[in-house]
Design a protein around this ligand. Structure first.
Ligand code: PHB
Length: 398
């Protein structure tokens, strides 16, 4: 084997430079722990891949209270939109759930791409070692002295030698396979989401989660002139087979009701089919390797828990790594999985529950349809029911 073009020694090698990897690198930097971040995607690719857009208050605090922004420049607060609730729409009527009234909390509409931009900017500002656009990432020796090898854009081989390695490498993680003796839990769903971005004015000031006889639809927003919407579709659906007219007709049908509600239409500027599944891998640590975010768990997008869960993993992980590196407390590492999974399974249930309550199942019977309407009616007519949803949506305390 030829010797690498460069060898870098660092305390923590982070595989994956999305929001989770970058937030971890940022939090570690704050306590004097150095890291190197590697990612096979380019910065531009990450900035233009659309993901969910809802942040729990704890996630917002992780951005505003840890020095990501210069004082007074908290973009999440100035560019994001505070949402005090959501609408559940079924039987052709909208029902408002007021989170402020129910649980004294709001969420923020602030797209994941913007969270990435802010964290990336903060790491660049603070001199972070970030290596995007690399390939052939290979992680080895995770039980003793972790090594991350990769090839740069010019074809040269490099290596990073670290005391610990973090797999924040998303739902197609290579790191998770290195957890020896892992157990994996999954649930597949017989549907996916068709997601669009369109140039149109807002159709609603807050999100609308709609259940209809034709399946689920979600009305979200991005800016005053660009909106994000989704509708339940077949996982094999071909976005190319959907003209703008067909998309609008489907969305209008799913939102229609006796109140005469209509969506504001406009040109569709992006369309894609989003996969849908629930997944958990345990443990989230093996030797000197730990996993964070989608690498260890995936939730369906109903309820927008994915990014929030990843950021909470990172919050716990930053504490754990500090205990290991600064205090030499290796036992903290072994406790990480249980600390992270306590929240992960609550979020798994919440996302599964929101999904099954609002989507049309395969071959669903008249009984299933009416039961589903009964569930939604009991939720919106009961303060206890509505509070349960509000608590899950805004996030549980740590
Ligand atoms: C989004 O705005 O993209 C979004 C919002 C809420 C969800 C999923 C996606 O539950």
């Amino acid at each position: 084997m030829t010797s690498p073009a460069s060898t870098t020694r660092t305390q923590v090698a982070i595989v994956g430079g999305g929001p989770a990897g970058l937030l971890l690198s940022h939090l570690l930097h704050r306590v004097g722990i150095d890291s190197v971040v590697v990612d096979h995607r380019s910065v531009d690719e990450i900035e233009t891949t659309h993901r969910a857009g809802i942040l729990e208050p704890d996630s917002v605090r992780l951005l505003t209270d840890t020095g990501v922004y210069a004082a007074g420049q908290e973009r999440v607060l100035t560019e994001g939109d505070r949402h005090g609730g959501i609408y559940l729409r079924f039987g052709g009527e909208s029902h408002h759930l007021d989170f402020e009234d129910l649980v004294g909390a709001s969420v923020w509409l602030y797209p994941q791409t913007e969270v990435f931009v802010d964290l990336h900017r903060a790491r660049v500002r603070d001199g972070g070692d970030l290596r995007y656009g690399i390939s052939q990432t290979a992680v080895s020796d995770v039980e003793t002295a972790p090594r991350v090898a990769y090839v740069d854009a010019d074809g040269a081989q490099h290596e990073v030698l670290a005391d610990m390695v973090v797999g924040a490498d998303g739902s197609r993680s290579v790191c998770r396979d290195l957890v020896v003796g892992n157990e994996r839990f999954f649930r597949e769903y017989p549907f996916a989401w068709f997601g669009i971005l369109c140039e149109a004015p807002k159709s609603s000031s807050e999100l609308i989660y709609a259940r209809s006889d034709r399946g689920f639809a979600l009305i979200s927003q991005r800016t005053e002139s660009v909106q994000r919407m989704y509708f339940q579709c077949d996982p094999q659906e071909d976005p190319g087979a959907w003209s703008d007219d067909r998309i609008w007709s489907e969305l209008q049908h799913r939102l229609a009701g006796a109140d005469g509600y209509r969506l504001q239409e406009g040109p569709v500027i992006e369309k894609s089919v989003l996969p849908f599944r629930s997944f958990v891998q345990t443990p989230m640590q093996h030797g000197r390797l730990v996993l964070a975010g989608d690498a260890a768990h995936t939730v369906p997008p109903t309820g927008a828990k994915g990014l929030n869960l990843a950021l909470q993993d990172v919050k716990v992980l930053a504490e754990v790594i500090e205990q290991v590196m600064v205090e030499g407390d290796d036992a903290a590492l072994a406790g990480y999985t249980d600390r992270a999974l306590a929240r992960v399974w609550k979020a798994q249930h919440f996302s599964y529950w929101m999904t099954t309550m609002l989507h049309r199942g395969d071959g669903s019977s008249e009984f299933d349809e009416r039961r589903q309407l009964g569930e939604l009616a009991s939720l919106v007519s009961s303060r206890a029911g509505a509070t349960y949803l509000a608590e899950g949506y805004t996030g549980w305390p740590q």
